[in-house]
Design a protein around this ligand. Structure first.
Ligand SMILES: *Cc1c(COP(=O)(O)O)cnc(C)c1O
Length: 794
């Protein structure tokens, strides 16, 4: 793009300009709505071209030698350092800048220096701090969390009296919270330094500086230490920086470690002595070779940023306007019942109209028409279908999130003991959310992002019905027609293609499921984790086939001629010498499997999936170690029934059953909106039930299975099954099992029509009844009798 372009000052014009510029400069954003700018990593086209040209045209050597190429690097690095100081209006007479790997490394550098001080240090941090700032407390002699602005003011007022002991104090806080975007008072730095205490200030400006100019022009008011993430400002390069006020540089004097580049002379033999560098602070702190090429990219990054966006002040205005609109519109969203849709977490004294108190981030949770919390895992799933990139969960801000969600420490510990971890699916615990949804705007955000995000919330999360709650569950109770088994499928390799059981074959059912279902899985060779089609859709193309005549499982890859076979026998002697026992994890459960380690095997699967992986077989010795994880599923008449079913490698329960009539109903709904009807295979069921073929669609009984408690397959003498509850769905149902392509249906329609308490359900989890039956086999064509809770089964 030409450097002479004019950046409009008018808001609407600037927005339109950004929209057009983005098409050219950020082609990767074409179909995506990127709302995670606080961690932006996007490269603009001009910047990459400029950096490329620079690297091709010049010879840059390793610094610290006398060659011209080395000198050129050293000079360019010093220029970049100065240029960056000026970017923050920091006078090089009063400030030095140390390059670090990221903002966390900058924060750690300060923490470690204080720890090595004579009397260690006292640490005070604001409750809104990022995890990386909180962690410094572990280095301190004593510490406390200042849990409100009032607590900070009170602490500052008492500084003269209380904290002028022999021990230094470090006070750290974020200029902007990375959780809700509130901006904290920058004047605290001046107040602390004006006191007669030995207190220093560490300002975490990593989030703030990406959408607001950080001005260190007033030396007295500037923090002693400012930590920055340069990639959050420019997208590239991956660098952090620490800006140190020279009047505080003595803090680093007791630093004990030295590395290459930070000493003048080291004596090792007989005597142990070294002379640290005496030059500028950065020479004493930058251990080892600097990330040269990243630093060389700074000049082009600064130049391009200015050309594309103008000043940070302009970005600040633009993003504030968008955030304000987003906030107001989310706030006014209402369900048909009149209840609000969003619970927004905003600091009480900040306002989206005031840039000094609020940055362009909105943190919130969604509630359904009945006022129940919507699971963030569900929001993420739907957002990813719509190519919306946002962040949910604890967002690396433990104090901020706990305050917003009013989670007491005991509750957080209790949730932790109950299995809650960052990123886990069960994110509503004891009726309270454990994380937030964070929408964060940045330099390249535009009004169309805001519009599209709001239509997304409106489309999926606003219940338009007037009554409280939705009417989805109130299905007319009609007299049931008998179902029969339409087809049976096993998935010998977890997450790969299915194998249809032949029509005339009696198939054995075990407590863990259908015989030969999920006996094998594909594991990553590095992590030992079982791979899933959710992340690797190509796994649908891996087609296993059970060949009982030959006693082998044959596996081929659709669209290629390669094929591989493994023995069906469980006798390890037949596996060959290349088998190794290995600890694996399936859906987070530790498990022992036998891994096939031959080159032919690893090659086949690695080529098929596209990551280093191989086949593994469930170790029968660990059968008892996995059990189904059905927690409190709606429609499960008895909520404890799922709890103790043994399973092999399947995700949740031994058997999955779906109804053809329900699928037909779903497909009708998809087709009325012009969507692509779902093939039954996308649901990866074991048992597909259908009604009498002579029924017209109007006589079908879609969703009858919601009410089933148990079923008997094969007539009066048949096998009895328990229905454990609805099966929770994710975007994996959008992978076409024929060609592994991803669609947005059927998940979009399912999410609108089959969502119960935030869970999208299709099909029912099933298990062999503990009471068993006269025989434990089923055959295609078998008649199915279904029972509801009130019906007594002999
Ligand atoms: C991103 C961020 C950090 C951590 O930055 P890294 O570059 O990932 O180390 C720290 N604090 C805040 C406020 C942030 O937004």
């Amino acid at each position: 793009m030409a450097s002479s372009r004019n950046i409009p000052s008018d808001d609407d014009a600037y927005n339109n300009y950004t929209e057009r510029m983005r098409e050219v400069e950020y082609p990767m954003l074409k179909d995506s709505i990127y709302l995670d700018h606080a961690g932006t990593t996007l490269f603009s086209k001009t910047l990459m071209e400029r950096f490329h040209a620079e690297m091709m045209a010049n010879l840059y050597g390793n610094p610290h030698s006398a060659s011209p190429s080395s000198q050129k690097s050293t000079q360019t690095i010093e220029d970049a350092r100065l240029r960056l100081l000026r970017f923050f209006n920091a006078d090089p007479d009063h400030f030095d800048l140390i390059f670090t790997a990221n903002a966390t490394a900058a924060i750690k550098l300060v923490g470690h220096a204080f720890r090595e001080k004579h009397n260690s240090f006292s640490y005070r941090y604001h409750v809104d701090s990022h995890t990386s700032v909180v962690g410094v407390r572990e280095l301190a002699h004593n510490y406390s969390c200042l849990d409100s602005d009032g607590a900070v003011e009170k602490w500052i007022n008492r500084l003269d009296v209380e904290e002028h002991t022999e021990r230094s104090t470090l006070f750290a806080y974020p200029a902007q919270s990375n959780m809700d975007g509130r901006r904290l008072p920058l004047h605290w730095c001046r107040s602390v330094q004006a006191s007669a205490s030995r207190a220093y200030t560490l300002l975490d400006a990593a989030a703030y500086a990406s959408t607001s100019p950080l001005d260190l022009g007033n030396v007295d008011a500037a923090p002693d230490f400012s930590a920055l993430s340069l990639y959050k400002i420019f997208g590239f390069p991956d660098l952090g920086a620490l800006i140190v006020k020279k009047s505080a540089a003595h803090v680093f004097e007791q630093r004990r470690y030295f590395g290459g580049g930070t000493v003048d002379l080291v004596v090792c033999l007989k005597e142990q002595w070294h002379a640290s560098k005496s030059g500028p602070l950065h020479e004493r702190l930058e251990d080892g070779t600097l990330p040269i090429h990243s630093i060389l990219a700074l000049e082009p990054a600064l130049q391009t940023h200015e050309e594309l966006f103008g000043t940070l002040e302009r970005i600040s205005e633009h993003t504030a306007k968008l955030a304000s609109e987003l906030y107001e519109r989310l706030l006014s969203l209402k369900h048909g019942s009149g209840r609000p849709v969003c619970a927004i977490y905003k600091y009480e004294n900040s306002s989206y109209g005031d840039r000094s108190t609020q940055g362009p981030i909105v943190a919130f949770n969604l509630q359904d028409g009945k006022g129940e919390w919507v699971s963030n895992a569900e929001v993420e799933k739907l957002a990813s279908i719509k190519n919306i990139h946002l962040r949910t969960g604890g967002v690396c801000n433990p104090g901020g999130v706990a305050t917003a969600l009013k989670l007491a420490p005991w509750e957080m510990k209790e949730n932790f003991s109950a299995g809650h971890r960052c990123g886990s699916e069960n994110d509503i615990m004891n009726g309270k959310p454990t994380g937030v949804i964070r929408v964060s705007l940045g330099a390249m955000s535009t009004r169309s992002d805001v519009d599209r995000f709001l239509s997304f919330v409106d489309e999926f999360f606003v219940d338009k019905s007037q009554t409280l709650g939705s009417s989805m569950t109130s299905l007319a109770d009609r007299g049931e027609q008998p179902f029969h088994v339409e087809s049976l499928t096993v998935y010998p390799i977890k997450s790969c293609g299915g194998w249809r059981i032949p029509h005339d074959r009696q198939w054995e059912i075990r407590p863990e499921g259908l015989a030969w279902d999920r006996e094998w899985c594909i594991v990553h060779q590095g992590t030992g984790k079982a791979l899933s089609q959710k992340h690797y859709p190509r796994m649908a193309l891996i087609r296993p086939c059970l060949d009982f005549e030959a006693g082998t499982l044959r596996v081929h890859l659709a669209g290629s001629s390669g094929q591989i076979s493994v023995p069906l026998s469980k006798n390890p002697a037949l596996y060959g010498s290349s088998l190794r026992a290995r600890h694996t994890s399936v859906c987070g459960d530790p498990l022992r499997t036998f891994m096939y380690a031959s080159a032919a095997m690893t090659d086949f699967f690695t080529k098929a999936v596209g990551v280093p992986c191989t086949l593994a077989r469930f170790d029968p010795a660990s059968t008892s170690s996995r059990h189904s994880k059905l927690h409190l599923l709606p429609h499960s008449q008895s909520q404890t029934r799922g709890a103790s079913r043994p399973i092999l490698l399947s995700n949740e329960s031994p058997i999955l059953t779906i109804s053809r009539s329900s699928l037909n109903r779903l497909n009708e709904q998809i087709k009325t909106k012009g969507g692509k009807a779902a093939h039954p295979s996308v649901f990866r069921a074991n048992i597909v039930l259908a009604e009498n073929r002579m029924l017209s669609p109007r006589q079908e009984q879609p969703w009858a299975e919601d009410k089933w408690h148990s079923m008997r397959i094969g007539g009066e003498e048949g096998t009895l099954f328990d229905i454990l509850g609805g099966c929770r769905r994710c975007q994996m149902v959008c992978v076409d099992q024929e060609n592994s392509e991803k669609n947005s249906e059927p998940f979009v329609t399912l999410a609108k029509t089959r969502r119960f308490d935030g869970r999208v359900l299709f099909g029912v989890h099933t298990a062999l009844a503990k009471t068993g039956g006269k025989r434990s086999t089923i055959t295609v064509g078998d008649v199915v009798d279904t029972f509801r809770q009130q019906e007594v089964i002999e």
